[in-house]
Structures are given as structure tokens and as C-alpha cells.
Design a protein around this ligand. Sequence first.
Ligand code: ATP
Ligand code: MG
Length: 570
Amino acid sequence: MKFSKLYAPTAKEAPKDASLASHKFLLRAGYAEQVGSGLYNFLPLGKRVLENIKNIVKEELDEAGAQEISMSFVTSADLWRESGRFDVYGKELLRFKDRKENDFVLSPTNEESVVALVRGKVTSYKQLPLNLYQINTKFRDEARPRFGLLRGREFLMKDGYSFHANAEDLDREFDLMEKTYSKIFTRLGLNFRAVRADSGAIGGSGSKEFMVLANSGEDDIIVCENCDYAANIEAATRAKRTTQAERPEADAAKFLTPNAKTIKDVAEFFRVDEFYCIKAVIKKAIFIDAKGEKSEKIVVFFVRGEDELQEVKAQNACAALELADATEAEIAAAGLVGGFCGPVGLRGVEFYIDKELRGESQMICGANERDYHFVGVSVSSFNAERFKDLTAVKAGDKCPCCGGNLSVSKGIEVGHIFKLGTKYSEPMGATFLDENGKAKPFIMGCYGIGVSRLVAVAVEASHDEKGIIWNETLAPFKFEIIVSNLKDEEGVKFAQGLYEDLRGAGVSVLLDDRNERFGVKMSEFELMGFPYAVIVGKGLAEGTVELVTRDGLAKETVKASEILARLKSL
Ligand code: ATP
Ligand code: MG
């Protein structure tokens, strides 16, 4: 490709709202342009990177036996009603009517579509397993589209769905997809971890997220410093916490504790470690029933004084759609005494206790009466269903697998694999006949990759203050040839010859044939981030050219007669 023909409008200034390197550089270097909130056009350079990613994804999935399809982006709302998701899915789902007043949605994900695609056509266990995927547009009306391609409203996702006759076969495919994803992200040159995850709104049992480690990530992940254990903060567990602090000794009693409302106050009042105090976190839980009716109620979560409530765990514990902070008035209306709430004798309100507190003795908790706490409390007389995993794992906690130290890292989610089970096949009546001729719902898995997000993730992972640093796999062009002075006829001729030779060898190369200042050409090379540039300048008279490596910007003088062989060897 000749630069004079390339459509790559560059800009000196980054958009005002761009805080991340990927957002700034991809827009400034003319890879993509924003056309609305969370909406982007891909320009030729960006499209080339996207295609490089898509090809790798496709090659590895095809190799693993999955088959590519393409499903309609617009989906009938009737399908979403069959699965029960039409009313439950939040405002991210864009719903609209066509001219005949029929409801439709723009697909944010395609479980319903793919179930309808096989329903009534895959009818026997002999046709299973089946894994179908697409690389297609998605729309999610995100509350906060930001960070450029990292969180758009319209974006490109690879979404795959598998169908199985039994759970063991799903487990096998899930493992195969985990391996396949690892191959894909390794080939893309990314530093990633497969982490255990919460299954979220899509539902199902097993779930793993693929996280690229990056300081700009929005997700907190817990990583063991000693073994492979890695988990999303929402799913992370830890070895039960212990303490060296002395356990208080007191007979069960009620104590006047004037104004001791916080855990700190209580611990100081009794001169005990916060480990021995029980903290109440009062939330307003919002529920939605099968008819789409919303309801809300106050739910109390008890955790150890030194711990924090993990909201997603808490939400799962009470099966709420979401949790919100409860106001003082709502707390009082529920019959609770803010600052003095405890599990002992608590009635008329739903509550849960962190599982690590089960069986604890000599604890201190609120007495559900203003200015009073109980001491010498045993956490033993509660029903087993009250105990749930509620706490947020923090840095310094111990690994549940090996006891090693856990630390917190930031990550960007680039892929997610789930075991769905029969969550969609059952309500949608998608069944097959098993070996005994009995109708059974398909056991399903689903597997996503954020294809357009990956373009930005790669830039987050590899850039400097001047611009992008592509690896060879992702780069839109591997080489750029720059003639420092277009009036230099010999130089132009040499560059043109090198360009033809490289093209003949099937190498992707960009020839900067524009009548621009050398400084402009170099700074655009640095901004756009191609792996290597060959500079044809004054040295040619002595038979040399310069080879610049974008990563580190090291310069090397190479004999003009040897440059072609040198580039081919790179
Ligand atoms: P996130 O937690 O980042 O919002 P998600 O868990 O909602 O993502 P999934 O439903 O698991 O996303 O979708 C599969 C993949 O699609 C994600 O792993 C992510 O890489 C990508 N993705 C999700 N939302 C967006 C978005 N708004 N813009 C770009 N890519 C996205
Ligand atoms: Mg996800």
C-alpha cells in the first residue's frame, strides 16, 4: 500500500474525554473515529487490525471443531419472551417496534437466536455435540460507554454456543474452549489469566473470564502469588481467616454502648479486635418476578467487622436483581435500629450471615436496640441457609488452593466462557431424543470474545508516550518504508524497488511516498506503531539505509544491498 492512497486522517489532539492511551492513539492515528456515544467507525488501518484478530479467532475455533454462522442482528422480542429475558434484561437491551408494531431487540448476545436456530432441526443425540459461533455486531445500551473501543454501545463480539447430550460432554467442550481461548490470546501476544467468575445475568453454573492484566482495567482480580489460582473479585474465595488477636471472654449479656455505632467504635469500646465484631450491612434489594413486576425489600448482611461486603455475592445470596443503599427512613421503616443491628433475635426481616462466621463464639454484635450490643454471642443457632459467602477477598488474604498470599490486580475482560446447562433450552422447549428415545433439553455452553475491545486492549498493553507499538501479529503493516527527501531520485527509486520486492514476497508493507517533511513522516510512524521502518536517506550514497524498530526506537545502519534479506529474516 502507498501512503499517498491510504485513508488515515490523523489528529494532533486527542478527544477531550479520552483518558486512556488506546482511546487517544487509536483516534489520533486514524484507526477509528467516533460517530456518537459508544459508536465508532473503523477506518482502513483499524479494519486491518480487526481482521488480523478475527482471522486468529476463526482459525483456532475452526481447528477446535466449531462452525461459523452469522445470525440476524435484529431479533424478534418473542424469542426473548420465551426465555423470560425480555422483561428482566435491563436498559442495556434496546427494544423497538417495526412498522407493524411488532417488538424487536438489537442483539446484545444471542442465546435465544441460536436455540431457535437448532430447535426442531437437531432432534437426536446422534447430531450432538454441536458448536456454532459467529463474529458479529452486538448492541448494549451501556449506562456509561467510555474508554473508546473498550466499552462501546455497538461492538464486535465473537459469540459461540455449544449443544450437548449430557453434562460430561459439556465439561469436555468447556475445557476445549478454555484451551482454545488460551491459544488465541497467546497468539495475540497478550499477558492474560483465566479467572473464575460469577455467572451474572446470563446465568448457569461454571464460568471463567479471560482477563488481560493492565493497570487501566476496570475489573479487580484476585491472583495467588504462589499457584495458578485467579478469580474475579466477585467470585474469589479465600482460606478461612484466622487471627493472633486474643479472643474476648464474656458471658452472654447485653451491654450499654452509648453512641458506639461503627465497628471501630465498638472495638474500641470493648478493647477487642474487629475480628470479633459482627458488622451489619443493610441494603435495599430489588426483585423482579416472572411477570416483570418489580418489588423491593430490606435485606441485612452480616460480615466480620474487619471485612467488607461483596455486593455481587450479596445479590446472589438473596437472588435480587440489584442492591441499592437503604436510606435511614427505609431502615427505620423495616423495624431496624441503624448502628445497632445484629443477627441475635432479629425478626421480620430477611438476613444472611457470612459463612466464615458459622460456629464462631465470643462475638460482639448489635442488640437491635438503640445504644446496646450483645457480647459473648455464639453464631450457631441459625439455619444452614442463612450462611452464604458474602465477603470481599482482599490483598493479604490466603489462597483457598495453596494457602499462598493473594494479591489484587487490575484486568480487562476479553473473553468469557459459561456452562449454561438448560437455562435457555428448557424454557424455549428445545429438546432432542436421547439413546432411550426420551426427549431432553439440550445442555448448553456459551463462549464470548470481545473482538473490537481487543484492538484497544492490545494498545493498552503495548504503547509508549509517542504512540502505539504493535506486535507483528496485529500490526496493519509490518514494515514502513520512508524516503527522507522525495527530491532524491536515487532514494525514491531504491525505496520503490524494495517495496515491490517485499510485496512480491507477500509481506505487508506501507511505502510513505507523500510529499511531507521527514519529521512528520517519522512522528506518524511512531504514532501509528508499525513494528519496523526502513529510512532511505543520505546514507544511500554510501550504500546504507537505516532500520528502526518501533519498540524502543533503536536505529541500526544496514547495507542497502542486504536490507531485503534482513527484512525477510525478521
Ligand atoms: P463487561 O463486564 O466488561 O461489561 P460482560 O461481562 O458484560 O463485559 P459478556 O456478556 O461476557 O460481557 O460478553 C463477552 C465479551 O464481550 C466480554 O468478555 C467483553 O470482552 C466484550 N464486551 C462486553 N461488553 C462490551 C462493550 N460494551 N464494548 C466492547 N466489548 C464488550
Ligand atoms: Mg462477562
